[in-house]
Design a binder for this molecule. Structure first.
Ligand SMILES: Cc1cc2nc3c(=O)[nH]c(=O)nc-3n(C[C@H](O)[C@H](O)[C@H](O)COP(=O)(O)O)c2cc1C
Length: 362
């Protein structure tokens, strides 16, 4: 448990530990899985134009987000049903994030619930809520998020309806609460509150509550601009790891225009296809403050719970340090687009193509 030497070992362990249903839920995506594959292909398409003869004897990987110091510029994004991968679910991720020094964004679609996690594990974290009630219900949830000590509140805006994930449908796999699996996220009275979410919801939260607001699922620079105008505190570029709308632009390709639209007014986080230390460096070169790593987190959880997530983060940190030094940059804050060059990916990309040794039987 948690004593693997490489991230490739971690993925192999995760695969061995999960049955086919949970494995497919973890790696799978919507419809043709084009958004998923495109995310990875685009990360693979960015290559480095390194600089030499810089003093990189002491590299700095830490960054600030919402007043917190992240030991590496990484957040652990919301993973619904993470308890399918490790028994302690969201608490295992919370424990590893707090011990290591990165931020977790806890999903409302996992167990234990956000109040139990807050009671069990000390440490700064963000709560991501799927709407499943009216405005009074939302207000109550946010008030409880604040009183439980969460440092941020995240709305996922790319899940107006639940997508069709064929791997799960063909096996009758039911990963989330029953309402999510219906494909419509109806509550008991038959309303899909997620699809009623609008800019008014965002304005309401900003007016009524004093907690930093993260909007996750921003892809279009016009939406990024609007987020900043209405006071959103973090713009989070994401296509849900390709699990919602199929055939989107890759997230790393959406990033530069969003960064330009935001123009330094708030931090930008990006996720989608980031699996290795070098990938994190690419996201930062293109203007992100931090990179979310969803399947990385889920795979690490499946490899052995909190201990394995901690181990995976340590290996990731080493990869980041090495990539930084070899790019010729001593501090993540100094990464910039001039270090990047766009090229053809080497091979067809997919959810696990960051681990090519797996295909050779390692
Ligand atoms: C198994 C799984 C469950 C997820 N559940 C949620 C969720 O409950 N809420 C949410 O906002 N995003 C959810 N996501 C999306 C992630 O937060 C993140 O955006 C995505 O995984 C990033 O892409 P990556 O897996 O390529 O890193 C989930 C992703 C996976 C893989």
């Amino acid at each position: 448990m948690g004593d693997f030497k490489t991230l490739t070992d971690m993925v192999r362990l995760a695969r061995n530990n999960l049955d086919k249903g949970d494995w497919d839920y973890l790696v799978g995506a919507a419809d043709t899985e084009a958004s998923l594959n495109r995310n990875r292909a685009a990360v693979d398409s960015w290559t480095f134009l390194p600089r030499i003869l810089q003093d990189v004897s002491d590299v700095k990987t830490s960054t600030q987000l919402l007043g917190q110091t992240l030991r590496i510029p990484v957040v652990l994004p919301p993973i619904g049903s993470v308890q399918a991968f490790t028994e302690k679910g969201g608490s295992a991720v919370a424990e590893a994030a707090a011990d290591f020094g990165v931020l977790q964004i806890l999903s409302s679609s996992c167990s234990p619930d956000f109040e139990a996690v807050a009671q069990q594990i000390q440490g700064p974290r963000i709560y991501q809520l799927y709407l499943s009630g009216d405005q009074a219900w939302l207000d109550d949830q946010i008030a409880r998020t604040i009183s439980s000590g969460y440092i941020g509140f995240c709305l996922t805006a790319d899940t107006q309806v639940y997508s069709r994930r064929e791997r799960d449908i063909m096996k009758n796999y039911v990963p989330m609460q029953a309402r999510m699996a219906t494909g419509t996220m109806l509550d008991q009275s038959g309303v899909n509150y997620q699809s009623t979410m609008s800019w008014d919801t965002v304005a309401h939260i900003k007016e009524k509550f004093d907690i930093p607001l993260i909007v996750k699922g921003v892809m279009n620079p016009e939406d990024a601009k609007r987020c900043v105008e209405v006071g959103v505190d973090v713009v989070y570029v994401s296509n849900h790891g390709g699990r919602q709308l199929d055939h989107t632009v890759a997230c790393i390709d959406a990033l530069p225009a969003v960064v330009e639209a935001v123009d330094g007014r708030v931090p930008v986080v990006v996720d989608g296809g980031f699996m290795r230390g070098a990938d994190v460096i690419k996201g930062l070169c293109l203007g992100a403050t931090a990179v979310g790593m969803g399947r990385f987190e889920a795979l690490a959880a499946a490899a052995g719970g909190a201990a394995a997530i901690g181990r995976a983060l340590s290996i990731l940190e080493r990869e980041i340090q090495i990539s930084l030094a070899l790019t010729g940059v001593a501090d993540v804050a100094d990464l910039h687009p001039g270090l990047m060059h766009r090229a053809q990916p080497l091979a067809a990309s997919h959810a696990l193509s960051a681990f090519p040794l797996l295909e050779e039987g390692y």
